[in-house]
Ligand binder design. Structure first.
Ligand SMILES: [Zn+2]
Length: 295
């Protein structure tokens, strides 16, 4: 540890490493554009040899991040609760709409820093972050059960990724998070769904996402889901199209109920104006360009 003079210097170097690893939101968007035109040599190298990522716990502690309180989001669809909004029986976004799942449990809204960390789990194979957020998510599920928002699940499963895609990325992010949630809840994790190779989802827009059918299928072991309360885990819910498709296929296995657990939920854009102003003013804790004070 001779390299680090103080604990603060160590954290500063971890922060710089995260900026390098995750980039900021614009950098991630730029990379999505790049990836759509094929895997670069660096991507290949990363998937073959893995990559060195900073410690997730240190990054989370430094950012001072914590999961949402149960009352901060709609127990049905996971949308951020507006001030004074009554969310019994759903929020203004989901009330009266059939969702296909009984409850949504989330760690936070899809905004920095989660919107930096969560995509890095799959795009940078940041397994450590997947594990730590999975542990936090299992605690959030326990709190949600205690609040009476969802049934105690019998089985945990995840939204699958095609094996070729997870091989290229070096991680099945849903499984990484889901297995950790299952471990935290002391429940079995069953891969009951399989993904078919389909059009790349990144940047293909809402219309493409909804047009894509037959993306998932049941595996033979999905018979284990019959008559059970299932917890479906994914990294993020954006439009809800992917999760909706997985949910539809999952229903074919006759579960008793399905609840959703995700690291982050993207609010509908119209919600932004309704939220507490400080929520829209959050800046990522590790934006490049912001000067780091020198000691
Ligand atoms: Zn809702």
């Amino acid at each position: 540890m001779g390299k680090f003079n103080t604990e603060a210097a160590k954290l500063r170097s971890l922060r710089e490493a995260t900026v390098k690893a995750c980039g900021d939101w614009r950098a991630l968007r730029g990379e999505q554009r790049q990836i759509r035109h094929g895997y670069t040599l660096a991507d290949l190298e990363r998937s073959l040899f893995g990559c060195r990522m900073p410690s997730a716990v240190a990054i989370i502690n430094e950012a001072g991040w914590g999961r949402d309180a149960i009352g901060d989001f709609c127990p049905r669809c996971g949308t951020t609760r507006a001030p004074y909004e009554d969310i019994r029986g759903g929020c203004g976004e989901c009330r009266g709409r059939a969702l296909g799942y009984q409850a949504t449990i989330r760690l936070g809204r899809y905004a920095p820093p989660l919107s930096q960390w969560v995509p890095a789990i799959k795009k940078r194979a940041w397994r450590d972050m997947g594990v730590v957020l999975g542990q936090a998510l299992s605690r959030q599920v326990v709190d949600s059960i205690a609040a009476g928002h969802t049934n105690r699940p019998d089985v945990v499963t995840s939204v699958p990724v095609h094996w070729l895609r997870s091989l290229l990325r070096g991680i099945d992010h849903g499984e990484t998070i889901g297995a950790e949630v299952a471990r935290g809840l002391q429940l079995p994790f069953i891969k009951g769904l399989r993904a078919n190779l389909s059009h790349r989802q990144h940047g293909s827009g809402r219309s493409m996402r909804t047009a894509n059918s037959n993306r998932f299928a049941l595996r033979p072991n999905a018979t284990d889901f019959s008559g059970k309360h299932i917890l479906l885990v994914d990294d993020v819910r954006t439009t809800g199209a992917t999760i909706g498709e997985a949910m539809t296929v999952l229903k074919g296995a006759n579960p008793k109920s399905v609840a959703l657990a995700v690291c982050a939920v993207a609010d509908p854009p119209r919600r932004n104006g309704m939220l507490r102003p400080e929520l829209n003013r959050i800046k990522p804790p590790n934006t490049p360009g912001r000067s780091i004070p020198r000691g």
